[in-house]
Design a protein around this ligand. Structure first.
Ligand code: T4K
Length: 401
């Protein structure tokens, strides 16, 4: 294992030993106090009630609604189904404006229902949707806007809300990354017509698989609840097209235990984010994507932006260097949805309208964090990056000579 002595050894790509004997992952799950999880699971088995609005699902929904400061919380089996359900419950049709720079589930949730995702560009400082770009893309077919609180940075909800009101559009936020994050001091969860969280294993708050729809709209909440359960309004009466989107009791047990420990998870992420900020300081061409200090953030995603001209190496070369050291960084969300199928075929020239997306997607890397990643792991990752940039510089200097 190497640490701050890194400068005295070769990088693994140059023949040295990998810095980490075991892979260091992005997205290693946070696991709550085990006794807490197990006692809740024992209760599930004792009751023999495993799904369909069980007591733990109801308890989790009530606790989440209160924690997030929103009237309704409807848990679902995953965030993607949550998006699909809400899109249908909002009666979205035709075209919906959404950023391309997001996980592909955001776009797929629309296309799955034959609604066209129209890709807007993002702001370079926050990587969230640019309201000016959204406005340019509104057509008579547009019925809604889906903003993504990417990396836990809330969208410009004020500008998007004003635009939607002026143009009669519905607003849904994909809050998959933003559990516990605030805008103007208020937790994400009650902005727009509805918001959708992912509680996937890799998220700061997880239920192994799961998610939730949150809204202050009573009628929308009612529709989402019915649609989550096949559209049943009574034992044998169906009033809507529905799906099976229910969360099960085992996931809810994990969720309740994880909610007990959420502060510790966010603290660990915040410690790692600050350690990265210190450790990466002064490395040419490497900029940590910074978060507002006056708002709460979960720091679930730690993202760097690499400027190849200054760093002397490009993002993919740095990724190869880190992976050779067993640091399994990810290129979230390269190459952007507009360059994935079926969108690439539908909109072959979309990139021309998405200069910031194209620029950012080619330059960012997500670094390992979470409660399974220690401060010393972070220090080592930073040293590898520093050394890679230093060696790129000395190779360039040799070439110049
Ligand atoms: N909207 C946005 C903005 C999203 O980011 C997502 C999901 C969604 C919507 C949809 O929500 P869900 O339907 O998923 O609830 C992962 C996650 O599967 C996905 O939930 C997440 N975003 C996305 C950003 O990341 P992959 O394809 O990168 O997963 P995978 O298997 O490569 O795992 C990621 C890393 O986590 C690896 O380094 C391994 C590690 N890992 C993963 C799991 C599942 C573990 O160490 N343990 C584990 O149990 O998509």
């Amino acid at each position: 294992m190497i640490g701050p002595v890194m400068h005295s050894r070769a990088l693994a790509v140059l023949g040295g030993e990998p810095a980490f004997a075991e892979p260091l992952h992005v997205g290693r799950p946070n696991i709550a106090d085990r006794a807490n999880v197990l006692s809740r699971l024992n209760g599930v088995f004792d009751r023999r009630w495993l799904s369909n609005e069980g007591p733990l699902v109801l308890e989790l929904e009530a606790r989440l609604a209160s924690w997030l400061g929103v009237k309704h919380c409807i848990t679902v089996c995953n965030g993607t189904i949550g998006l699909e359900l809400t899109i249908r419950a909002l009666d979205l049709t035709g075209e919906v404006i959404v950023p391309s720079f997001t996980f592909v589930a955001t776009a797929h949730a629309l296309q799955w229902q034959d609604i066209t995702p129209v890709f807007c560009d993002v702001r370079p400082e926050t990587h969230t949707m640019d309201p000016a770009s959204v406005e340019r893309l509104i057509t008579p077919k547009t019925t809604g806007i889906i903003g993504v609180h990417l990396w836990g940075q809330p969208c410009d909800v004020d500008a998007i809300g004003a635009l939607a009101r002026a143009r009669g559009l519905r607003v849904l936020y994909d809050a998959a990354h933003a559990f516990g994050c605030t805008h103007a001091g208020r937790r994400v969860g009650s902005y727009g017509d509805a918001e959708v969280f992912s509680f996937h294993a890799t998220k700061v708050f997880n239920t192994a698989e799961g998610g939730a729809i949150t809204t202050n709209d009573d009628e929308l909440a009612r529709r989402c609840r019915l649609m989550r359960n096949f559209g049943f309004t009574d034992d044998d009466r169906v009033d809507y097209i529905g799906i099976n989107g229910k969360m099960n009791e085992l996931s809810a047990a994990m969720g309740l235990a994880n909610l007990d420990d959420i502060d510790a998870f966010i603290d660990a992420n915040t410690r790692n984010y600050r350690a990265y900020r210190e450790g990466l300081r002064g490395i040419p061409g490497v900029a940590l994507v910074l978060h507002a200090e006056n708002e709460r953030r979960n720091h679930h995603n730690v993202v760097i932006h690499l400027d190849p001209a200054q760093a002397g190496l490009d993002r993919d070369t740095l990724r190869d260097v880190l992976r050779a050291e067993n640091v399994l960084v990810r290129r979230y969300f390269w190459p952007g949805c507009h360059r994935m199928e079926p969108y690439r075929s539908h909109f072959p020239n979309a990139g021309l309208l998405l200069p910031e997306t194209e620029h950012i997607a080619a330059r960012v890397l997500s670094l390992p964090t979470g409660s399974a990643v220690s401060a010393s792991d972070v220090a080592t990752v930073c040293e590898i990056i520093r050394e890679a940039v230093r060696q790129a510089d000395s190779i360039a200097a040799t070439k110049r000579r």
